[in-house]
Each structure stands twice: as C-alpha cells, then as structure tokens.
Design a protein around this ligand. Structure first.
Ligand code: NDP
Ligand SMILES: O=C(O)[C@H](O)CS(=O)(=O)O
Length: 485
C-alpha cells in the first residue's frame, strides 16, 4: 500500500515545472491523524518561492491562453484518466493524511476526476455574443477571455476534490494556477501536480506551493500578476483574503463556513429522514462545510426521530480509515476534538441531553464517539457556531414558519435540508430558506453538474455546473467600425 502511494507522495513543491525545496531548506511535518505518526514532510516555502511560482504561471499564461479549448480539453481528459487510473493509490494517500474512511476517500478522488472532466468540456462551451448593432456601419462583439494567473488556497477536509474543483475550470478557461494546499494535508494536492506534469501540461501552468499560509497568502493576494483568488475554508480566513485582494481589485471566489439546518416535518417518513440525516451529518466525521449543524424536528415525530437517529448513530463503526468497514475516522487534530468537547459541555450546561456518544472514543487520539444531543435550544453555542465534528443537536419546533425562521437565524447560508411529503410545503420552505444549496428529501446533494456555493457569510461565487467557469473569465465588449458597410 505505502509503495503504491509513494510515487505520489512528493516531499517537494512544483514551481515552473520543477520539483524544489524551500529556499531555506525548512520543512513542515505531516501527521497521520489516525496514528499521530509523522508520515513525511513538505517544504516550508514563503513569499520568495510563491513569487517565483506566480512569475512562472504568468510566463506560461501567455502561451497557454492561446491553446485551443479543444487542446486544453484533451490534456484535461488525460488528467482525468490518470486520476482514475490511480484512484486507489490516491485514495490511500488521502486517508493517510486526512483520516477519512477509504470508501469516502475513493469517492473524493472520483469527484476530483469528475470535476476535471466536466470542465474539460465546459471550456469548449465558453460562448461569446454577436449583438445586433444599433449603428448600421458598426458591429458589436462580446468575448470571454481567461483572467490570467489565479491563486487557489484549499482546506484539509477535501484535499483532493477542493483543488480539482478550482484548477479544473481555471485550466479549461485558459488560466494558469498557483495553489496552496492545507499544511495538514498537502500530499493530495501535490499528487495532482505529479499527474498534471505526467499528463503533459506545459511547465508553469500548474504550480503547487506549501508552507507559511500567511506569507504565501500575502504574496498571492498582493501580487498584481494574480488576477483571481479562489479559496475554500473558514469564513474568518476568507474575509482576510477578500480584504487583501481588494488592494489590486482581484476577482474572488469564496467557499466558506456553514451552519446547515436539517428540518423534518411531521408528514415526512422518519426512516427516510434518519437515513438522510446520517448521510448529511456524519460524512468525513462531520467535517464538511455542508454537514448538518442543527436538526429541527416537528413536535409530532420528535421522540421517534431522536430514537431512530440514536440507533443509527450508535451503529456507526469508528476506526482507522484504512480498516474495512470504518464509517467514522478520527478528527483532524486535537484542537478539533477540544472544540467538539466545548460545544457538548455548553449544551449540557444549558439543558441539552446527551443521548448517544458524548466523549472521546476508546481508540484514543482524536477519535470521537458519534454524538446525539436531544432538547437542544437556541441559546446553545452550536445554534450559531459550526461544529465541524460528529455531533447531532436536535431542536424541537411546532409550526412551519417557526422552523424556517430558526433555520435562517444564522450569518451563514451554505447548505440546508428538509424532509416533507407535502409538495406545497416543499415550495414554501424552499423559497423561504436563505441557502445556496437545498436538499429536499435528500441528505447528499453535491455533484459536478450543479453550482455549489453559499449565500451571506458562506461565500461568493459558484463551483461546479456551467456557472463554475464564469469566475475564471473576463468579458470584453468590442465595437468595430470603419468597415465601409
Ligand atoms: N467551507 C469549507 O469547505 C471549509 C470550512 N472550514 C472551516 O474552517 C475552520 C477551520 O478549518 P481550517 O482548515 O483551519 O480552515 P482555514 O480557513 O484556517 O484554512 C483553510 C486554508 O487556508 C489557509 N490559510 C489559513 N490562514 C491563512 C491566511 N492568513 N492566508 C492565506 N491562507 C490561509 C490554510 O493554510 P494552513 O493549512 O497552512 O493553515 C488552509 O490551506 C473549520 O472549523 C471550518 O469551520 C474548513 C475547511 C473547509
Ligand atoms: O469543503 C467541503 O466541505 C466540501 O465542499 C463538501 S462537498 O463539496 O464534498 O460536498
């Protein structure tokens, strides 16, 4: 297993087509969250290396933007094929650095390939317009062109697919990229650099830099050669990046924090709702921006829903991601466990009832028991704070309007879910919820064909769908006269 992943486990950065160390020789240790063992190191680069990567990307941009969309698509299809040909090794590498169950890691790598393939084709459909001219002697064109060098900063929870969801549209549009993966999970991003090199992308089109987040981030946001910043991570860091990008008026795409509500109405089938609840809550041990953060269950089925969710939660198998059958891996680090413990203690102090789990798992380290808290109430911290862990707070509501009001009572607006058999209610609730992503009677909804992105403080822009390539393009209006018409 380790032998298969070793080809992709690059302990170097990819800059201008070369694999390099940090100028200082400094490195960052990468730890396996399941074993707490060091699995390797990556360079601790800073502004100077990032500047060189940006300059290499700018140099490459001048020829890359001139390649035909079809030729870019051919290379992206080669990258797609290479990801799938190496799916098992890439999934094992992902498990080693991030901890999620192997089945989820395989699915994430598959999603990476899907984003690359989707944008290979979307890049061939970047249409402009020929507009009927108001002047008889002039013609009007509207064209779409790649913005140039883009900076991508990605999180630890989906270290492969979050990068693919950015470099896929960027390269398809004719842009070039400088990417910084999360320091806790750098290898999956570096592996995409290995595959891009082997697929034949020209030097400088893709650059991957690891190291000091603030130094790399400052260079990416302040360097005028970078024309767009795309980020997935916390709202707090997203706001910093938006502010710093303002200095050179860069385009920004932000996939930020969430606080997903999951509404269950009396007319919903409890079994199906619980199935969706488990899927929407416990994926990646609750460490996704679209995981349910608050369950709101109508009075009439509250007790039955709690009983069934407790049964399902207690059935979840906690263990190392590489073990057969594991459904819940470790949390990413000790800080994440402490946050979860604080939120549970806060709820208990305010009248919440821990009816499943509630403490660190007997496996030790950062493994945590999947947890259900009944009698949750709005004054508890997780009403407003993203849990990012395997904890299911269940609130009670009486009327539809009350549920929608509670669901919307947050600064976030990324994902939400609700279960009902009533079509009229489905439309009333869907139109009342202020969220970018809505699952109706479904708990897993992310797909490459659909635009993913939040409202309010959950972000700006969309990734996926035909919309996801728009933010990598500039629109130009051309008025042509002197034609002797
Ligand atoms: N919306 C989403 O998809 C995600 C949301 N989150 C939210 O963020 C919280 C914290 O998770 P975490 O991974 O620490 O998220 P962060 O936002 O802290 O980190 C995400 C990425 O941003 C980088 N980063 C951090 N600070 C800066 C900076 N000043 N300038 C430039 N880049 C920076 C990180 O680098 P480095 O790794 O080197 O610190 C990482 O690559 C979670 O609890 C969750 O609430 C997290 C992940 C995904
Ligand atoms: O960052 C995340 O949590 C991902 O966007 C979740 S998903 O795209 O895999 O649903």
């Amino acid at each position: 297993m380790l032998k298969k992943t070793s080809h992709f486990m690059r302990e170097a950065n990819f800059i201008g087509g070369a694999w390099v160390e940090a100028d200082s020789g400094a490195t960052i240790e990468v730890v396996n969250p399941a074993t707490r063992q060091t699995i390797g190191t990556v360079p601790k680069c800073g502004r100077a290396e990032t500047r060189r990567a940006i300059e290499a990307a700018e140099e490459a941009f001048h020829s890359w933007k001139k390649t035909s969309a079809n030729d870019r698509a051919k290379l992206l299809r080669k990258l797609h094929d290479a990801i799938l040909d190496n799916q098992e090794a890439l999934a094992e590498l992902l498990v080693m650095e991030q901890g999620k169950p192997l089945a989820e890691a395989r699915a994430e790598v598959g999603m990476s390939a899907a984003y690359v393939l989707w944008y290979a084709e979307e890049g061939r459909r970047v249409y402009g317009d020929v507009v009927p001219s108001p002047w008889a002697d002039r013609r009007i064109l509207v064209t779409k062109e790649p913005v140039g060098v883009i900076g991508a900063i990605t999180p630890w929870n989906f270290p492969s697919s979050m990068l693919a969801r950015k470099i896929g549209p960027a390269l398809a549009a004719g842009c070039t990229a400088v990417a910084k993966p999360a320091s806790q999970t750098p290898y999956s991003g570096l592996a995409l650099g290995v595959l891009a090199e082997e697929a034949g992308f020209p030097a400088g089109v893709v650059n991957i830099v690891t190291g000091s987040a603030s130094e790399i981030g400052d260079e990416l946001t302040e360097n005028p050669l970078v024309r767009k910043i795309t980020f997935t991570g916390s709202t707090e860091v997203g706001k910093v990046l938006i502010q710093k990008s303002a200095g050179t008026v860069k385009k920004v795409s932000m996939e930020l924090g969430g606080n997903a509500p999951f509404l269950v109405f009396d007319d919903a089938g409890v079994e199906r709702a619980v199935e969706g609840a488990v899927a929407a809550k416990y994926r990646n041990s609750g460490q996704t921006c679209v995981c349910t953060n608050r369950f709101f269950v109508q009075e009439g089925i509250y007790d039955r829903f709690v009983e069934k969710l407790v049964e399902a939660t207690n059935r979840l198998k906690v263990g190392s991601g590489l073990e057969d059958g594991t459904q819940q891996g470790p949390l990413i680090d000790e800080k994440a466990v402490e946050k979860v413990e604080e939120l549970i203690a806060d709820a208990a102090e305010k009248g919440g009832k821990v009816v499943a789990g509630g403490k660190r798992h007997s496996l030790g380290g950062t493994f945590f028991e999947p947890t259900v808290i009944a009698e949750a109430s709005p004054e508890m911290r997780f009403m407003q704070e993203e849990i990012f862990g395997p904890v299911s707070p269940i609130f009670r509501f009486h009327e539809e309007e009350e549920a929608v009001k509670l669901a919307n009572d947050t600064a976030f607006g990324l994902a939400c879910y609700f279960y009902t058999a009533d079509l009229g209610r489905a439309f009333r609730v869907m139109e009342g919820l202020k969220y970018g992503l809505i699952g109706v009677n479904e708990g897993i909804i992310t797909t490459v064909e659909a635009p993913f992105g939040g409202l309010k403080e959950s972000g700006l822009g969309k990734e996926g769908g035909h919309q996801g390539i728009e933010d990598y393009l500039d629109t130009k209006y051309v008025c042509i006269g002197g034609l002797g018409l």
